[in-house]
Design a protein around this ligand. Structure first.
Ligand SMILES: *Cc1c(COP(=O)(O)O)cnc(C)c1O
Length: 367
């Protein structure tokens, strides 16, 4: 018998051993702190639609069955709402899973990819996991630098450009007109991966109209954020038919649970609830902006369910994050400069916001 595990693939053997995502549960176990305010993962404090909840409760007895491997009911509902064919939609266990499919479908080992430095890390993680080579473009003035992203994509011959609109971790957004111009600047054979995890929170001007004639765009959406269903793991993507067919060659066909399909379908029916969440979140963002101002900080303009508060200094942000954690407040500080000066705080309920403001003020007075 061999005394070592069989060799890993070259790609995996060369990946760093670090675990990229440390959840608050693990931080609790490691530090002995109990989380009181969970505002670091942009989960929805407003929960999910009561219609979705009821539909899922009524379906508990069906869960010895797999879900429909095609998620056809959900696709048909999405197709009707967006005026496109069901063949242009795929459903997955959240955007995070979709990002993996996209890297796998479009990349050969060594292929170049462009994304912003410090942008959503799960995309970077999947690109590296499939052997792609990331070219990272710094944020400029607190926003994705569209001109530099397009230039890097052209200069490197990138296969994929990743852009979150609205963005995480800044919360900022671009208009449809700006996105169209960006698309025009990209090489024709480069995929634009538009991650729209927060689109429901964004003003109408940020909604790029679907263009079925443009084969080079994938748009990813999720039930995790505005719909408040992060733990159910369900999201979807719009893309050209050939791309959806390519996903079918490699995807985990039973990866979406039946209960998630049922919950998502019901959630789409409850537009009033979604509207309520969007309004509550907008009010919460304004509160955070005011809070930031009173502490002498600037808040990035946000079209998401979180606000990035710029403390002006990375060490200060780290010290505040630490002091907040000691008091049971979970927020995030982005890992890369210059965004590592920011506290990224999810919009909580009015009660959570009040508690957060009270604790943050206390921390600032003590530091
Ligand atoms: C939260 C988030 C996701 C994750 O979505 P899931 O559907 O829960 O996997 C993807 N992209 C961005 C930019 C996010 O902030």
């Amino acid at each position: 018998m061999a005394d070592q595990a069989p060799p890993f693939s070259r790609i995996v053997a060369n990946l760093p051993a670090a675990v990229p995502f440390v959840p608050p549960e693990e931080l609790e176990r490691k530090t002995g702190v109990k989380v009181r305010l969970r505002l670091g993962a942009n989960e929805s404090s407003f929960g999910m639609s009561p219609l979705a909840r009821e539909a899922m409760e009524n379906s508990l007895g069906e869960n010895h069955l797999y879900g429909d491997a095609l998620s056809l009911d959900l696709k048909m509902e999405l197709a009707t709402r967006h005026g496109i064919a069901t063949e242009m939609i795929t459903v997955a266990g959240g955007i995070d899973e979709l990002l993996g499919w996209i890297a796998r479908v479009f990349l050969n080992p060594g292929d170049p990819v462009t994304a912003s430095l410090g942008s959503y890390p799960t995309f970077h993680y999947h690109v590296e996991g499939f052997g792609g080579r990331l070219h990272k473009v710094p944020y400029r003035g607190g926003k994705n630098d569209l001109d530099a992203l397009a230039e890097t994509a052209r200069n490197t011959g990138s296969r994929i450009v990743y852009l979150a609109n609205p963005d995480n971790p800044t919360g900022t957004w671009f208009t449809a007109a700006e996105l169209k111009e960006f698309r025009r600047q990209l090489p024709a054979d480069c995929l634009l991966l538009l991650d729209e995890a927060y689109l429901e929170f964004a003003p109408a001007a940020a909604h790029l109209p679907l263009d079925p004639a443009d084969p080079g765009v994938i748009r990813t959406r999720t039930f995790s954020k505005a719909y408040g269903m992060a733990g159910l793991r369900i999201g979807y993507a719009f893309a050209q038919r050939e791309i959806i067919t390519a996903f079918d060659k490699i995807r985990n066909h039973f990866g979406v649970s039946r209960i998630a399909q049922i919950g998502a379908l019901a959630a789409l029916q409850d537009e009033r609830f979604l509207q309520h969440v969007v309004e509550e979140v907008a009010a919460g963002r304004r509160e955070y902006e005011t809070l930031a101002e009173t502490l002498g900080f600037a808040a990035y303009p946000s079209a998401t369910n979180f606000v990035a508060i710029d403390t002006g200094d990375a060490d200060r942000a780290a010290a505040i994050q630490d002091a907040l954690w000691q008091r049971g407040v979970f927020i995030r500080v982005p890992g890369v400069a210059p965004l590592n000066r920011c506290l990224r705080v999810s919009v909580g309920t009015p009660g959570e916001r009040q508690e957060f403001a009270r604790i943050l003020r206390k921390v600032m007075a003590e530091l």
